[in-house]
Each structure stands twice: as structure tokens, then as C-alpha cells.
Design a protein around this ligand. Structure first.
Ligand code: GYE
Length: 317
């Protein structure tokens, strides 16, 4: 009887220790000073992403230095250089507006002993210059959007594309994935493509130009690289006297709250989820690298395609 009681006590103690470690492994970072170079506030998703990172930093007791670059790379580079000069910044998290032009500043951060974690988009730089990248698979997002459109149109559709920020990994890779899939179907073709820079008003303006340049009856669908531009396109389609999601199908990416209102209203057809909750894995990567742990060069964030709020809610209970 005494042995049973002894074993029970040991199990309880082991359980408590394991819980403590698992909590520590999931959280961590208290007291660290981390610079977060954010692209801007161009879309609802970006704002949600910023809010989520700030909330996670607050919850962990991280001193977050936040910089909104207003979609200008030079502002991101200036912020990183200032944090390097400050001398007390433990790590930097960078959401790079475009893929090129980062080698010099990343080398300077490395030389200063400040680890950099890439989030959201991607950099075309020597991987030794950053710890890891926390992001979704943009190519897969483009493939998902195209696959849905193929099945919705039996492989016959003239598509107009609302392109994201030129030179950004999100736009380039979503375009690549989308084109990979439609290339398998001779009846699927992109008849017009123009950047709306991930901005709602610009998406509307570009869609208006498409509707003026093309016979609207010749436009089967819109592929918008984000929901904000899709919502702008919906407004343009309605103002042209057409029925969005019926006369012209619409598929986009981000799964922001407003796009579910559009789905509920029958004004769009599908969205591919992009989680804004990348702060936790990014901060975990910072804590791990400061503890000397090796990390993979990519920490993927998954997302699915949704055609209704109910389906999204069922996956996110
Ligand atoms: O889809 C869009 C934002 O970088 C993947 O940027 C992100 C994109 C997102 O402007 O809403």
C-alpha cells in the first residue's frame, strides 16, 4: 500500500514539472526587447496581424519596439538600423514588404549579434542571415484558389487578377501557384492582371478599369490576392449593375471578418485562410535561438479554403 502511495506522489510531482516545462516552452521571452518591423496597415489582415503580435508580446512581458513602415522598404531598413544602434535590442522580427534588398541590413544585424526572425512574407537573402521564417505557403494558397475556380467553372473561365504588391513574396507566390493549376486547363486563362497593392480602394479602381476595358460578359471570375481587393472588386461589380459571385465569380485570400460578411450576403465565393497569429511562433523562435537551439529555416502556418462562415467556424471552435 505504501508503494502505491509513493508511486502516486511521484506521478503527481512529475506531472507538475512537465506542465511547468510545457508552459515555459510555449511562452517565454519575458523581459526581452524585440524590434518588430511591420510593413504597414494596408489591409484588414495586416492590422489583425499587428494587433495579434502586440497582444502576444504584452501577454509574455516582452518589450516590443514597433515600427510601421507604411509599405516603404527604406523605412523598414531605417528602423532595423536604429535598433542595431540602440545596443539593447535582443532580437528583431521582420515582415519584409518585398523580397529583394535585405542582405546588407541583415548582415549588419548579424554582425551586431542580433538574431532576425522573418515573418509573413519572405526575403531573397542568404538564409544564414536570419534564424527562421514563420509564414504560410503562398504558392499553396494560389493553388487552392485556382483549384476551387476550376471545379466551379468546369475548367472554362476567363479570369482577371488583382495582383498584390509587386515584388512581394505573397503576390509572386500566389500568382505562381494559381498559374500552375490553371495551366492544366486550356479553357482557363488570365485575360488581365494589374496590381491593387493589397489595398481595398485600389482593388476597386483596378476592377473598374477591367470592366471598362473588357466586355463584362467576357469576365468569368476575379482572383484577388487578398480579401480587401476582392471587397473593392465586389463594389465595382455591383456599381456596374452586375451580380458579384454570380455574373462574376470571386476567390481571394486572407479570410478576414469582412469577407465572411460578403460570403453571408452571397457576394463572394471563396477565401483562403491566412492566420494572423504568427506572433507566438515568432517569439518562440526568438526564445529558442537565444537559448542556442537550432531551428528549421521555415516554420509553416497552415490555412484552408472556405466557401462559408459555418465551415470556417467548424474548423475554429
Ligand atoms: O494577404 C495582405 C497583406 O503579406 C500575406 O499582405 C500578406 C499579405 C496579405 O497586405 O492582406
Amino acid at each position: 500500500m505504501r508503494n502505491i502511495r509513493r508511486i502516486a506522489v511521484i506521478l503527481v510531482v512529475v506531472g507538475l514539472i512537465a506542465t511547468a516545462f510545457s508552459t515555459a516552452a510555449q511562452g517565454g521571452g519575458e523581459g526581452l526587447t524585440i524590434g518588430f518591423s511591420q510593413i504597414g496597415s494596408e489591409s484588414a489582415w495586416r492590422t489583425s496581424f499587428t494587433d495579434a503580435v502586440k497582444a502576444e508580446a504584452e501577454a509574455r512581458g516582452i518589450n516590443l519596439l514597433f515600427s510601421d513602415a507604411q509599405q516603404e522598404q527604406e523605412n523598414q531598413i531605417a528602423a532595423i538600423n536604429a535598433w542595431i544602434a540602440q545596443g539593447d535590442v535582443d532580437a528583431i522580427i521582420l515582415a519584409p514588404v518585398v523580397t529583394s534588398g535585405w542582405d546588407v541590413v541583415l548582415q549588419e544585424a548579424k554582425d551586431a549579434g542580433i538574431p532576425v526572425v522573418i515573418v509573413d512574407r519572405n526575403v531573397d537573402a542568404d538564409p544564414s542571415l536570419y534564424v527562421t521564417r514563420v509564414s504560410s505557403d503562398f504558392v499553396h494558397e494560389g493553388r487552392l484558389a485556382a483549384a476551387w475556380l476550376v471545379q466551379a467553372t468546369s475548367g472554362n473561365c476567363n479570369i482577371v487578377e488583382l495582383y498584390g504588391t509587386v515584388g512581394s513574396a505573397a503576390a509572386e507566390d500566389r500568382a505562381t501557384g494559381f498559374r500552375e493549376v490553371i495551366a492544366l486547363f486550356p479553357g482557363m486563362q488570365i485575360i488581365r492582371s494589374e496590381t491593387g497593392n493589397f489595398v481595398r480602394t485600389e482593388g476597386k479602381q483596378v476592377m473598374e478599369s477591367f470592366l471598362s476595358a473588357e466586355d463584362p460578359a467576357n469576365i468569368c471570375a476575379v482572383f484577388a490576392h487578398n480579401d480587401d481587393m476582392a471587397i473593392g472588386a465586389i463594389e465595382a461589380i455591383k456599381e456596374a449593375g452586375l451580380v458579384p459571385a454570380q455574373d462574376i465569380l470571386i476567390v481571394s485570400v486572407d479570410a478576414i471578418p469582412d469577407i465572411f460578411d460578403s460570403l453571408d450576403a452571397g457576394e463572394t465565393n471563396a477565401t483562403v485562410e491566412l492566420s494572423p497569429f504568427m506572433g507566438a511562433p515568432a517569439f518562440d523562435a526568438v526564445v529558442a535561438t537565444l537559448a542556442g537551439e537550432e531551428l528549421p529555416k521555415w516554420i509553416p502556418v497552415a490555412g484552408s479554403l472556405y466557401t462559408s462562415r459555418a465551415a470556417y467556424d467548424a474548423d475554429h471552435q
